[in-house]
Design a protein around this ligand. Structure first.
Ligand SMILES: O=S(=O)([O-])[S-]
Length: 271
């Protein structure tokens, strides 16, 4: 039995501190190379967030090729009985993107450190400069498309009464005033709830305690299928994670995001 059994998806620094030496733990730091070098959680392995994305225009947020994912998870020493804990220093965007990636590789044993590095430091918990040796194991992955929404899938679901498109971008991007693609605006019917609105800056960037009520008030409810996106499915990493943490049963991330939708000539757009 794992030391992490019975913990919720979102865990606190104290939960992790007690389990830092658990053999099944793969602790993943998704901050930045510079931040990692300044000091990171003991045992944490750095993953450059960009490795979780294809990185090519016009839709850099698409999934990297399978071989690239196998190399990434090989370096981490991925194994079937691993329990991942993921964190970043921005309130959960990149950590959530990594959680989504774990769902894509069919590995559902993971937790998000609430507030990430910010909460850990605020509680004056130890940091280290020691870097774990990369494992470099050969890993073969089976990818599961269930957590992925494609442009075609979204178009097939537009207007259905059991689907909500959750747009995690800023209100300016949503309204089409801030233009980051050939065309601006939002997917018809999408609900805008910017990712930062889910963070509590007075509690070291932890998730707001009233997040469930906030979402329900907006119509982002668990009886619906939720499809979330931003510009490259980075900010919507957090919104994906939130829906998972709240137990929403049907949630997909649109990896192409606005980089794809807004650069296509014929996708429907509302402003
Ligand atoms: O955070 S982002 O993917 O919208 S650039």
């Amino acid at each position: 039995m794992s030391a992490f059994s019975n913990l919720p998806l979102v865990i606190e620094p104290a939960d992790l501190a007690e389990r830092l030496t658990a053999p099944e733990l793969i602790l993943v730091d998704l901050t930045s190379a510079a931040r990692y070098a300044e000091g990171h959680l003991p045992g944490a392995r750095f993953v450059d967030p960009k490795q979780t994305q294809l990185g090519q225009p016009p839709a850099p947020g698409l999934l990297p090729p399978k071989a690239q994912l196998e190399a990434l998870f090989g370096e981490l020493g991925h194994r079937a009985d691993a329990v991942y804990v993921v964190y970043d220093d921005e309130g959960g965007g990149w950590a959530g993107r990594f959680a989504w990636l774990l769902d894509v590789i069919g590995h559902h044993a993971y937790h998000y450190l609430n507030g990430g590095l910010t909460a850990w430091i605020t509680e004056q918990r130890p940091l280290t400069h020691e870097t774990p040796v990369p494992v470099n194991k050969r890993v073969e992955l089976e990818l599961d498309n269930t957590p992925i929404a494609t442009r075609e899938y979204i178009e097939s679901r537009l207007g259905a009464d059991d689907v909500v498109i959750w747009d995690a971008r800023s209100p300016g991007e949503y309204r089409g005033e801030r233009v980051l693609a050939a065309r601006a605006g939002h997917i018809p019917g999408a609900i805008n709830f910017e990712w930062t609105a889910a963070m509590d800056s007075a509690r070291a960037l932890r998730i707001r305690e009233d997040i469930a009520e906030q979402l329900i008030a907006l119509g982002i409810t668990p009886d619906k299928e939720i499809i979330t996106h931003c510009q490259t499915h980075h900010r919507s990493g957090l919104t994906y994670l939130l829906a998972k943490a709240l137990g929403y049963p049907r949630i997909k991330g649109y990896a192409g995001s606005w980089g794809e939708w807004g650069n296509l000539p014929d996708t429907p757009i509302q402003q």
